[in-house]
Design a protein around this ligand. Structure first.
Ligand code: 2M8
Length: 464
């Protein structure tokens, strides 16, 4: 049965009020999450009895028939990594609801194992572009994938529910997805998987992609005409969204993929954009560790060993090819030119989550993360190092703080025993949500909520 929150968000009130958050600091709260709702959702972690657990309101509010939308004001469909984050949170409150989110996601899988980054709700056509008609994949989905968080979500569900039958039904699909990624996207056959579109890592307009975007725009995509009018700037200030030039490149790549007839292998072979992103590859390394753990639970050590060896290969390749000792961060790598892309972003801190760095590298990464002149803002960890020329604290993936990134970082810090830092980053994330509500992203230094409102994955704070 689906749990229903009885606490409605205190949206009408304009009054700010003080409350004591979970770490016993007084924070000023603004209208989006009532103090009661925040604390009832948070009680899951802070030791109250199971009866007082309350699903974060945002997950109830954004609920559609079969899945949860990232935000009812901006994103009307189901996205791959959003769904995984929703399921990770839900598994702590209502495991059936978490399973449903993942089952819906896996229904979008193509016969070759590929899982698309968006599965469209056919009832909503004009509100979001590109829609299924624009993509023209012949399915109700996009044709590119997204940061592989599926195995992490299934692991979390299993750890909460202990349901082996569920694993037996679900794991073959997840394995097929991993086999697809390995065979179509490991273009150098060395453990690193390529993203072939800036939508794939999910950090769409990250400054990591600036130089490549400029080059592709100059060479191929300056005359690209979008077959739709952008609606993403309707609910969110355009200065906090990707530029029109970004969209021309995004769409130019989609048109190139359409010409292959959505042949995934050909797309990877021919895409002018092929990058090893440190966040995507960290998630991939951890996904193989998670899937290996799950195969062990259903007594298939052979598959588990294969997956472990894939994870080790990725870790090694990341350390050999993406680590910068000088910058104390992992860089992305352009797989067409073979060059590192020397831009410091929080994507480059994420290998900590997957156990990629050794102790020496981990120490250096954490020092970078906690340096106020680099990543540590007064309110949140910045998405981009402050000293980068492309840093913009209000624009989407160019600098703001994201709650899912805090979740990755806290898990990574705990994994390496940096407990003090993990507590500090946790507190930042909780204070941001308590202060501004479940926003899509936040200004790292003023704490102002930015982007879409009622953004579901920001409920990850409750399981930190
Ligand atoms: C954002 O991406 C979509 C395109 O996929 C968009 O801008 O319309 C990104 O933040 C992405 O990471 C996220 O999964 C998606 C839905 O929240 O929105």
């Amino acid at each position: 049965m689906l749990g229903v929150s009885q606490v409605s968000p205190n949206k009408g009130s304009q009054k700010n009020y003080l409350s004591v958050n979970s770490l016993n600091t007084v924070v000023v709260q603004r209208p989006y999450v009532s103090a009661q709702a925040f604390q009832q959702a948070d009680s899951v972690h802070f030791g109250s009895t199971a009866n007082t657990k309350q699903i974060p309101d945002v997950l109830i509010k954004n609920r559609k028939e079969d899945f949860i939308t990232p935000s009812p004001h901006q994103y009307y469909h189901q996205w791959l990594w959003d769904a995984a984050f929703h399921a990770i949170v839900l598994s702590h409150y209502d495991v059936d609801m978490a399973k449903k989110e993942m089952n819906t996601l896996l229904k979008a899988q193509w016969p070759n194992g590929f899982v698309p980054h968006i599965q469209m709700d056919p009832k909503v056509v004009k509100e979001y572009h590109p829609n299924a008609q624009d993509w023209a994949t012949g399915r109700n989905t996009s044709g590119v994938t997204q940061t592989p968080m599926i195995a992490a979500a299934i692991r979390e569900i299993y750890q909460q529910a202990g349901d082996k039958e569920y694993l037996k039904q679900t794991l073959p699909k997840v394995l097929k997805y991993h086999q697809w990624l390995k065979s179509d996207r490991e273009i150098q056959q060395d453990g690193l998987v390529a993203i072939i579109h800036p939508w794939e890592p999910g950090s769409d307009n990250s400054p990591i992609f600036d130089s490549l975007r400029n080059k592709l725009w100059e060479q191929h995509y300056r005359d690209v005409k979008l077959p739709f009018t952008r609606v993403d700037t309707k609910h969110v200030d355009p200065s906090q969204r990707p530029s029109d030039k970004d969209y021309q490149v995004y769409w130019g790549l989609v048109e190139a993929f359409q010409k292959t007839g959505w042949d995934q292998a050909k797309m990877a072979e021919t895409s002018p954009f092929a990058v090893a992103d440190p966040m995507f590859n960290a998630a991939w390394a951890q996904a193989n560790q998670d899937l290996a753990y799950l195969y062990e639970q259903i007594d298939d050590p052979k598959t588990a060993d294969t997956l472990k060896s894939w994870a080790e290969q990725t870790k090694k390749a990341m350390n050999d090819q993406m680590w910068s000792e000088e910058a104390s961060v992992y860089y992305a790598k352009d797989l067409r030119s073979g060059e590192k892309i020397p831009v410091k972003t929080s994507n480059g801190l994420l290998p900590l989550y997957a156990g990629v760095p050794n102790q020496h590298q981990a120490k250096k990464l954490v020092a970078t993360m906690m340096d106020p002149d680099a990543f540590k803002g007064h309110y949140g960890i910045r998405g981009v190092d402050k000293s980068e020329p492309g840093y913009d604290p209000k624009n989407y993936w160019r600098g703001p703080s994201w709650i899912n990134i805090h979740w990755f970082l806290v898990n990574g810090l705990k994994r390496y025993g940096f407990d003090k830092e993990a507590a500090e980053v946790t507190k930042k994330a909780k204070d941001l949500v308590a202060k501004e509500g479940y926003r899509e992203y936040y200004h790292p230094d003023t704490g102002t909520g930015l982007g879409a409102k009622d953004f579901a994955w920001s409920s990850l704070v409750h399981i930190l």
